[in-house]
Write a protein that binds this ligand. Sequence first.
Ligand code: ACO
Length: 428
Amino acid sequence: MQKDTVTIINNRTNEKFEYPILDGTVGPSVVDISTFYQDTGMFTFDRGYTSTASCRSKITYIDGGKGQLMYRGYDISYLAKNRTFLDTAYLLLNKTLPSKEELEDFSIEMKKRSFIRESMKKLFDAFPDNAHPMAILSASVSALSTFYFEHLDIDKPNEYMEMAKRIIAKMPTIAAFAHRYSQGLPIIYPDLGRGFTENFLYMLRGYPHRHIDLKPIEIKALDTIFTLHADHEQNASTTTVRNVGSTHAHPYAAISAGIGALWGRAHGGANESVIRQLEMIGSVDRVDEFIKRAKDKDDPFRLMGFGHRVYKNFDPRAKILKEIRDKLMEEGIGVNSELVKVANKIEKIALSDEYFISRKLYPNVDFHSGLILQALKIPKEMFAVIFVIGRTPGWVAQWIELQEQPTIKIARPRQLYVGPVDRTPKDD
Ligand code: ACO
């Protein structure tokens, strides 16, 4: 059978080149240009990789047009509504959802592995007061590789799962410690009697020897945020994890680099920016002024938490979080602040204003997650950290998928050089 191909004609030389079209299970087909440079002596140019598929993957599928997100073939709304974050983490690692018994075992293992070495606490002491928790997190995860350096042996696939479970279990503890140390607060150790997400909230908000009342809806809200962030195919931080992984670096070094990528406000920092912007607007009577600025072509101001590069009709994660926000409100959690009133007014205007409707600028996942985390009394500096806890299973699943390929190709793009040449003095 004749294979489908794309023909490229170089009209400088009239040469013709054919490249095979590859099909996935769903989604756009790809043109395999692996031999393009060899054939033509030219590179392809794709700033920001907007038209480039960098790998084959069986983990996550996104259809931005339909507003669809699937992990291992399961729709995100099924997982968020009917399953927990631990089910989702298990699914990403094991390619299948756990049975009741498997989930029980996984949960026990997560609890047992949630502690960090006591000696690692000295590391937290070394950071200055008010250090950003993302910086502490990135450094601590990198430091974790010094305790578990055996994973450098990437020829031992049976160690992958161990590595994965260890980092997923320890991330909330490191994250909570990062917050407590940055605020000069006493650290709270994991409580083996609590589930994964409840335990994190307890370590974050608790005080020694004091009962803490965590409402089931608060735990469900945070667990849903974790689930919705568990993977998002080849986004900037996952690509970073894969790039570092392609050099055969330690997996925790790759994850630490992923944390660095996620820190930026164009990625994991977006929900923190939503809250900062709402605080900057400050009161409902200033909303119109900022909506006007957002619509002004000559003003660089943008409404944070609106629009998405991939989801052009709706973001399925935002839809789920909107329901969670409404449930929190019904229970009187995070309702009465001026900030929420400002947010509600902006949302109402944006959903009815022609400018936002015609450009498909709906509230995105960060708009709702920022407001939910604010309602859960989680400080803004911790928002990206929460994203990291959620994304860790995705990163490790992607790292494992990379390692399990027959051969790993180092990620090494080329460039279009536009700088000076021949500047070296000839007679020196
Ligand atoms: N406020 C006002 N206008 C906007 C906004 C916004 N938030 N977002 C896009 N627009 C306008 C643009 O000015 C442009 O208008 P024009 O057609 O008249 O020139 C049009 O909508 C299209 O915008 P693009 O920048 O081309 O859209 P793109 O898909 O490249 O950008 C992005 C998506 C970066 C998310 C953008 O919508 C944005 O900056 N949003 C605010 C930041 C934000 O919320 N980021 C989090 C994204 S979610 C995530 O990362 C998990």
